[in-house]
Design a protein around this ligand. Sequence first.
Ligand code: NAD
Length: 360
Amino acid sequence: MNLKIGVIKGDGIGPEIVTEAMKVLDKTAAVYGHTIQYEQLLLGGASIDVHGVPLTEDTIARAKACDAVLMGSIGGDAKTSPWYKLEPDKRPEAGLLKIRKALNLFANLRPAVLYEELKGACPLKEEITEGGFDMMIMRELTGGLYFGERKTVEEGGVRTAYDSLTYNENEIRRIAKRAFDIAMKRRRKVTSVDKANVLDSSRLWRSVVEEVAKDYPDVTVENMLVDNCAMQLVKDPKQFDVILTENMFGDILSDEASMVTGSIGMLASASLNETKFGLYEPSGGSAPDIAGKGIANPIATILSAAMMLRFSFDLDAEADAIEKAVADVLKEGWRTIDIMSAGKKQVGTSEMGDLISARI
Ligand code: NAD
């Protein structure tokens, strides 16, 4: 297969961690007989430095012409970087919001995996984390409360603020289908999270999810109220496979789930649209405090590249090989500084990439 992959190296540690993910992708392609054509794209601070804006129309067009985009992270230190002296809509993060919108990326996927070897970093009790856990949070990204009408008015001398939470059935159906498709590639369980005991938008959410579920008889579906889900994530995280939820609930629950896994350097993510196209990136930021030191953990970006192979190219065996290589390297005791613990072997960004590549 020929894979046309857009690459946004980005700012801070972005170029260092993306280079390692490309190293692992190249090795995987060589082993499994694929060819990769990379298209380098500028976004964020790197684009401001060249074009004066964080994203150009030409970059959007070139990203759209790729099968998928792999991204590092963008942004700098808000206190010291000249990028933050620009108007808000010219700053690095504005480019990220714009490209997500331009590519219609409505589904955000955040895996939360606790590796047995890293469970020391997990704040939960050992009896809860025994054996690790592996869940995928699918959050709706372009609707709901964050995109509804809002206003603040004075009513009878009292300041009053309104935010509206709107979903239509089409928006719910398209993300529900993606969640069920992804569950079919995993342990075939979807937990749909809502607040259907109070909100109309949640009652519609629940009924559309139940309609979609009829087309996936092999997937078990359960409904869970968001307050209960927040508790269950720390009480019994092993029960979850795919968690499907709307924008604001997903914002909060995905951060909670990532916190219980420990290190930010391990957390992959993907944003998908209606086609096979996706933007794949680590959950963390550009970490300006460690940029250029060769110590950043590249694993989140490498695991994001594995997600790209699985979800944009349906190359499941190749994605499995990368995930297994990461697990093997951790089992053998290799660690970057952020996940280092006593008795383990510390390596830098590029050595970690080499170790993982060598095990594909
Ligand atoms: P951050 O995630 O960059 O850093 C938080 C802490 O985690 C830092 O101590 C950092 O060293 C550490 N860290 C992050 N990734 C790591 C890795 N791979 N290996 C080892 N340690 C790692 O968050 P921040 O400091 O709040 O933000 C820095 C910049 O990143 C800001 O400009 C912010 O806007 C931007 N940001 C970008 C994205 C994105 O590109 N999607 C996401 C979040 C933040």
